[in-house]
Design a protein around this ligand. Structure first.
Ligand SMILES: NC(=O)C1=CN([C@@H]2O[C@H](COP(=O)(O)OP(=O)(O)OC[C@H]3O[C@@H](n4cnc5c(N)ncnc54)[C@H](OP(=O)(O)O)[C@@H]3O)[C@@H](O)[C@H]2O)C=CC1
Ligand SMILES: CC[C@](O)(C(C)=O)C(=O)O
Ligand SMILES: [Mg+2]
Ligand SMILES: [Mg+2]
Length: 335
């Protein structure tokens, strides 16, 4: 039966890993890098990891059985280059190590299109530029692969110089386990704008702000911090697990009628019109490049706001309470 999706979704049968018949350089061995490099390797692809001199990731990559070279040497050896160093260092790594060692017909691949979309990297026209973006933190990309499960992903082609860019990107997506779950074809623009919006408004920014606001409201009104932690943070995972497994209705079916009625009548009072207007504003700042400009300048200035915000987040009372409570969980690992 034909599916009802308007977008193309690719699965294992649409891809052939043997298309990646030359070395793939994976630059970076962090969250995404370690997962891509190991999954590619375990899928039979020849992988070399590119890490800067003195990199703290070198030991991990080598003890995982992978060959490590400098980024420049890794790019020179490969015809397919997966750029998995942090977004903020990609332009410098591109200028110093990638561009001088790319050959016509090579492929430059990203897991997020920020630097291409906002013109921080302007690749020459004689290469392929592609994206395979897992819709998941890197550590789960590896865990899912090991459990014979997949991670959904996005695929986008910015430049197809050889005519083989899509087949190669699909091969890569299959090798890291994404076509097991489904790979949606998109554009760099759509991936960047939706990814930034999702992480700012919902997944990272929105969720942490909601948790903290709920926790603070209870504690400010005299409820115990431990109670507030379990109610607003710990149970969040259990509720999200139900939503993940069976959709919003799966969750509504599992909670009490009282929770269902209270949630359905009060939810929109919390996430009200003002919050929706804020979301529109956040999206606009992404679309018009304001957020990207701010982040680039923040990095150039040595991340003063980032460091301050990070410190405040680390020192929030909910973190202290959570650490103590999690230590008491019966399944918590012994130090
Ligand atoms: N984190 C995630 O789950 C997701 C990330 N992405 C995208 O994937 C890409 C990689 O992100 P992520 O995995 O979070 O990155 P990480 O911050 O986890 O990557 C760090 C790795 O890059 C290395 N590195 C840092 N600077 C350099 C350098 N100058 N030259 C070579 N290697 C360097 C680090 O080495 P050392 O240890 O020595 O510092 C480390 O191995 C980004 O484009 C991101 O947007 C997409 C989807 C999800
Ligand atoms: C949600 C954050 C993310 O976009 C991701 C894991 O997909 C990221 O940039 O890390
Ligand atoms: Mg994302
Ligand atoms: Mg992201």
């Amino acid at each position: 039966m034909e599916n009802e999706f308007t977008t193309e979704i690719y699965y294992d049968d649409d891809a052939d890993v043997s298309t990646l018949n030359d070395t793939v350089a994976v630059l970076g061995y962090g969250s995404q890098g370690h997962a891509h490099a190991q999954n590619l390797h375990d899928s039979g692809v020849d992988v070399v990891v590119g890490l800067h001199e003195g990199s703290s990731s070198r030991d991990a990559a080598e003890s995982d059985g992978l060959t490590v070279k400098t980024p420049a040497d890794a790019v020179a050896k490969a015809s397919y280059v997966s750029v998995l160093v942090p977004d903020t260092v990609q332009p410098t790594v591109y200028e110093n190590a990638i561009e001088p060692n790319l050959e016509a017909g090579d492929t430059l691949q990203f897991a997020h299109g920020l630097n291409i979309h906002y013109n921080q990297i302007q690749p020459s026209e004689d290469i392929n530029v592609t994206m395979v973006a897992p819709k998941s933190p890197g550590h789960l990309v590896r865990r899912n692969y090991n459990n014979d499960e997949g991670t959904p992903g996005l695929l986008a082609i910015y430049q197809d110089m050889t005519g083989e860019a899509t087949d190669e990107a699909l091969a890569y997506a299959k090798a890291i386990g994404c076509t097991r779950a489904g790979v949606i074809e998109t554009t760099f623009q759509e991936e960047v704008e939706s990814d930034l919006f999702g992480e700012q408004a919902v997944l990272c920014g929105g969720v942490t702000a909601l948790i903290k606001a709920g926790y603070e409201t209870l504690v400010d009104n005299g409820y115990s911090p431990e109670m507030a932690y379990f109610e607003c943070l710990n149970e969040m995972k259990l509720i999200v697990d139900l939503i993940y497994e069976d959709g919003l209705n799966g969750m509504w079916d599992s909670v009490s009628y009282t929770a269902e009625y209270g949630g359905m009548t009060r939810g929109d009072d919390i996430i009200d019109e003002k919050v929706r207007e804020n979301m529109e504003e956040t999206l606009e700042e992404i679309q018009n490049g304001e957020f990207a400009r701010e982040w680039i300048l923040e990095n150039q200035a040595g991340r003063p706001s980032y460091n301050q915000l990070r410190k405040a987040e680390k020192n929030h009372e909910i973190e202290e309470v959570g650490e103590q409570l999690r230590d008491l969980f019966s399944w918590a690992e012994e130090e």
